[in-house]
Design a protein around this ligand. Structure first.
Ligand code: ADP
Length: 498
C-alpha cells in the first residue's frame, strides 16, 4: 500500500481517498498535490468529510450530483467551487469513483481533482461581461427608443418643414409641415434619396451643400434658394441643416430645416419701396417749406423784427422735423440691414469741433467746450459718426434745462479714441442706464417734460458698434450724465453692426 501512496504523491492531480465504511465517509488519504492545491496539511484533513472544502458555499449544484453518485455508488464528474485554507476560492474539476470489495460492497471513494480556476474565472468573466453587454444593449435600445420618440416629437411639433435623412441622404422622417408645404405624401418621400424627389432634384447648390455636410462636421446655415418648385411654384426657401447627435446615438442623421421666407421677402421688398417713397414724400414738402421760409426771410422788411423771429422758429421746427424723419428712416434701414457705411479717412478732431460749433451757434450762449485732442486721421463714416456725437450733445443740452455747460473730452487710449460728453443735467437712474440704448426707450421721468422718440441713443450705439467701438454712461439722478464711447483705430476690429 505504501508503494501505491508513494506513486500517488508524484501525481500532478490532487487525490483524496475516503472510507465509505466509516461514519460520515472521512478522508483517510490525500496526496501532496491535494495539500498544495488546498493549503491544508494531511493532519488538518484526515478524518474530515470532504464537504468542508466548500466552506459556506453549500448550495452548489455539483454537491447534489456528488451526493447522488455516492448514494448510488456511481462515478461522477463535477466542477465545484472549493476554498483553500486561507479562504481563496478555487475551481475544482473533481472526478469520484467508488471502490468495491470482492463482494461488491463499496469500501472507499477515490477523488481525483484538478484546479481549473483560471479557466472557470475566465468563463465567469466572459459571462459577466456578456451579461453587462446585454444590459448595456438593452439600455441603449431603450434610450434609442426614447430618443427616437423624443426626436420624432420635436420634428413633428415644429412649425418649419423638417426632413431627417440617414448618412446617404435617404429620407427617414419628415414632419407634417414639410408634407403640407411641398404638397407631398409620406409614401412619396420616405426611404427615398433626397435628390430623387422632384422637389429637390434641380437644386445643385443644395445638393453640393448636403454632400459637403455628409463628409464634414459643418452646418448649412441660412442657405437661401429661390426656385420654381413642382406643385407650389416660385418660392424663396431658407435651408439650415446639421448632423444630429443625441447622446451619441444619431450622429449619422441629418436634420434639414426649411423655412419658407417667400412672404417675408416680398414684405421686405415692399418695406424697402415704402422707405424710398416715404423719404421722398415726407421730405419733399419740407424742402419746399424750408425754401419758402428762406424766401420770406429775405423779403422781410428789416423793421419787421417780430415776423423775423417767427420765421426763425419755423425754420428751427422744420429742421427738427427733418431730423426726426431722418432718424426714423435710419431705424428702418438698420432693421432691414440697409444702413450703408461709407468709410473714408477724415480728421477726427475737426469733425468734433465742427459739430460743437454748429451746436453752439444754435444756442443763445455757447454751452459746449472741448478739452483735449486725439490728432487722429480716422478711417470711418464721418457723417454717421458726427451724427452719433451730435445726438449725445443734443441730449446733454436737452436734459440740462438750466442751460448748464457741457464738456467734451477727447483722448487717445491704447489704440483707441475716447470721447466723453459730460453734462450737469437731470441724470439717469441706474435702472434705466442699460435700457436707454434700446430703441424707443425713454426714462419715465423724461417722458412728459422733454420731447423725443427714444431713437437717438439706439442709432448712436449702432454707429459706434459698426465702427468696432462701445458706448456707456455714468450717471446718477440730478448729478448729470457722462456718455463715453471708444473707437478702435485698427479697422480690422470693426464688424458689421449686430
Ligand atoms: P430721446 O432723447 O429722443 O428720448 P434717446 O435715445 O436719445 O431718445 O435717449 C433715450 C432716453 O435716455 C431719453 O429719453 C432720456 O430718458 C435718457 N437720456 C439720454 N441722454 C440723457 C442725458 N444726457 N441726461 C439724462 N437722460 C438722458
Amino acid at each position: 500500500m505504501a508503494f501505491v501512496y508513494a506513486a500517488l504523491d508524484t501525481c500532478a492531480s490532487g487525490v483524496v481517498i475516503t472510507d465509505a465504511r466509516l461514519s460520515d465517509n472521512p478522508i483517510i488519504y490525500l496526496n501532496k498535490a491535494f495539500e498544495k492545491m488546498t493549503g491544508y496539511s494531511a493532519t488538518e484533513v484526515i478524518g474530515r468529510n470532504c464537504r468542508f472544502l466548500q466552506g459556506k458555499d453549500r448550495q452548489q449544484e455539483g454537491r447534489s450530483t456528488l451526493r447522488a453518485a455516492m448514494r448510488l455508488g456511481r462515478e461522477a464528474s463535477v466542477e465545484i467551487k472549493n476554498y483553500t485554507k486561507d479562504g481563496r476560492h478555487f475551481w475544482n474539476e473533481l472526478h469520484i469513483s467508488p471502490i468495491r470489495n470482492k463482494s461488491g460492497t463499496i469500501t472507499h471513494f477515490i477523488g481525483v481533482q484538478n484546479d481549473i480556476t483560471a479557466r472557470k474565472d475566465q468563463e465567469e468573466r466572459v459571462t459577466m461581461e456578456s451579461m453587462a453587454a446585454e444590459r448595456e444593449i438593452a439600455r441603449r435600445a431603450e434610450n434609442l427608443l426614447i430618443s427616437e420618440n423624443y426626436f420624432k416629437t420635436i420634428v413633428e411639433t415644429i412649425g418649419e418643414s423638417m426632413i431627417v435623412t440617414d448618412h446617404h441622404a435617404r429620407i427617414v422622417n419628415v414632419n407634417d409641415s414639410f408634407l403640407q408645404t411641398f404638397k407631398l405624401t409620406e409614401s412619396e418621400v420616405l426611404d427615398k434619396y433626397l435628390f430623387d424627389i422632384a422637389t429637390f432634384s434641380k437644386l445643385p447648390v443644395l445638393r453640393e451643400a448636403i454632400s459637403n455636410l455628409l463628409v464634414t462636421e459643418d452646418r448649412i446655415k441660412d442657405l437661401t434658394i429661390q426656385h420654381k418648385f413642382p406643385y407650389i411654384g416660385e418660392r424663396t426657401l431658407k435651408f439650415n441643416a446639421s448632423r444630429v447627435q443625441m447622446e451619441g446615438l444619431f450622429k449619422d442623421r441629418l436634420l434639414i430645416v426649411i423655412d419658407d421666407i417667400t412672404e417675408s421677402k416680398i414684405f421686405e421688398k415692399r418695406k424697402e419701396d415704402f422707405l424710398k417713397m416715404a423719404s421722398h414724400e415726407l421730405k419733399t414738402p419740407l424742402t419746399v417749406i424750408k425754401g419758402y421760409i428762406q424766401l420770406m426771410s429775405k423779403m422781410l422788411v428789416p423793421s419787421y423784427q417780430q415776423m423775423g423771429n417767427i420765421l426763425d422758429k419755423s425754420a428751427g421746427q422744420v429742421k427738427r422735423l427733418e431730423q426726426l424723419i431722418d432718424e426714423l428712416l435710419d431705424v428702418s434701414k438698420i432693421d432691414s440691414g440697409k444702413l450703408q457705411v461709407y468709410n473714408a479717412i477724415f480728421n477726427f478732431d475737426n469733425m468734433i469741433l465742427e459739430a460743437v460749433d454748429r451746436i453752439n451757434n444754435e444756442c443763445a450762449i455757447p454751452l459746449v467746450t472741448v478739452h483735449g485732442s486725439t490728432s487722429i486721421e480716422l478711417d470711418g463714416d464721418e457723417v454717421q459718426l458726427s451724427q452719433a456725437f451730435v445726438n449725445l450733445l443734443n441730449n446733454a443740452i436737452k436734459f440740462s434745462p438750466a442751460h448748464k455747460p457741457v464738456e467734451v473730452n477727447l483722448a487717445n487710449i491704447k489704440n483707441h479714441i475716447k470721447v466723453s460728453v459730460k453734462d450737469h443735467g437731470i441724470g439717469i437712474h441706474v435702472s434705466d442706464q442699460e435700457k436707454i440704448f434700446e430703441r424707443f426707450y425713454r426714462a419715465s421721468h423724461t417722458q412728459e417734460k422733454f420731447p423725443g422718440m427714444g431713437i437717438g441713443l439706439y442709432l448712436t450705439e449702432t454707429v459706434i458698434k459698426q465702427h468696432g467701438g462701445s458706448i456707456w454712461v455714468d450717471s446718477e439722478p440730478d448729478q448729470g450724465a457722462t456718455f463715453s464711447f471708444i473707437l478702435p483705430l485698427d479697422t480690422k476690429q470693426r464688424s458689421p453692426y449686430d
